[in-house]
Structures are given as C-alpha cells and as structure tokens.
Design a protein around this ligand. Structure first.
Ligand code: RP5
Length: 167
C-alpha cells in the first residue's frame, strides 16, 4: 500500500498552542489541503521534532508551519532541518507574544523563517501563505485561494450593507 501523502506539516510546541493553530487548520480543511499535525517541542522533545520533519519530507510535505510561544525557537529549529519553506506563528505568552514574535522574526541570516502576526491572525495567514506557496505550481490550488478571497470580499460587502442599512 502506498504511504499517505500530505502537503503541509504543522508542528506546535505545546498542546496549549492548539486553540490558536486551529484557526489555520480550519482554513486548510476548508480548502481541502492535506496536512499532518503534531505537538513536539524544540527543548522538551527535540528528537521528536526531527523525526516528524523526516516523516513529513518522506510523505511529500511542501511547506512547514511551526507555532511556538515564549523563547520560540521551534520554527528556527524546523528551518534548520529542512530546505522547505517554514512559516512561524508566534503564540501569545506572558510577554503578550512579543518574545515569541521576536524569537521567530529575528532569525540570523542564512536560515529563513517567514514570521506571521501574533496569535489567531498569524495562524490564519500561515495557512494562507502555505497555500499561496503551493499555488505557484498548482493551478487548482490557485483557484481555491482566489475563491477564498472572493468569499472574503462578499462577506465584507454583506457586512457593509448591514451597517449601512442601520445608518
Ligand atoms: C512553548 O512554550 C510552547 O509553544 C507554548 O507556547 C509555551 C508554553 O507551553 P506549555 O507550558 O503550555 O506546555 O514551548
């Protein structure tokens, strides 16, 4: 039997990150983009991080999403282990997520991580950026992304009409 394949590999440092990451997962589900997800920590379970990345590489993953809070070194560690694009989601922490954001965005030159906004917006944009990267080589994926944007546009128009009618 052929091994199952996935397009996106998602890794989060703790299960406490899931409530944020799930906003991106919802988008991948909506657009029928296959993903593989796990919890593995750069400092608590570094071996599991490496094993997950290796499994993802074998299963066709094209883009990685890594979410972490605090001293958020997980996205950087993932980027060190793969040459696939890595998108980092800073999770809100005791320092409001600034520590996570800076840990992700301030990668030293040579090993890039695409840093998203802190929290829910970052999780959504991580999924959408992953889709945009895959859309470069897949016209079906590009169509899905255009349809998503169109839906967003219609939603804004609907909300505008609602507010306008209230005066
Ligand atoms: C990081 O530490 C995780 O990504 C999480 O955001 C943060 C706190 O983890 P828990 O103490 O909730 O497991 O590694």
């Amino acid at each position: 039997m052929a091994a199952r394949t996935y397009l996106v590999g998602i890794i989060m440092g703790s299960d406490s990150d899931y409530s944020v990451v799930s906003h991106g997962i919802e988008i991948l589900k909506k657009l029928s983009i296959s993903y593989k997800v796990t919890v593995a920590s750069a400092h608590r379970t570094p071996q599991k991080v490496r094993q997950f990345i290796a499994a993802c590489e074998k299963q066709g993953v094209q883009v990685f999403i890594a979410a972490a809070g605090g001293a958020a070194h997980l996205p950087g560690m993932v980027a060190a282990e793969t040459i696939k694009p890595v998108i980092g989601i800073p999770i809100t922490s005791t320092l409001s997520g600034f520590d996570s954001l800076l840990s992700i965005v301030q990668m030293p030159g040579g090993i890039p991580v695409a840093a998203m906004a802190i929290g829910k917006a970052g999780a959504k944009n991580a999924a959408l950026l992953a889709v945009a990267i895959m859309a470069l080589r897949n016209s079906q994926t590009a169509k899905k992304l255009l349809a998503y944007r169109d839906e967003m546009k219609k939603e804004v128009e609907r909300k505008a009409k609602n507010i306008e009618s209230q005066g």
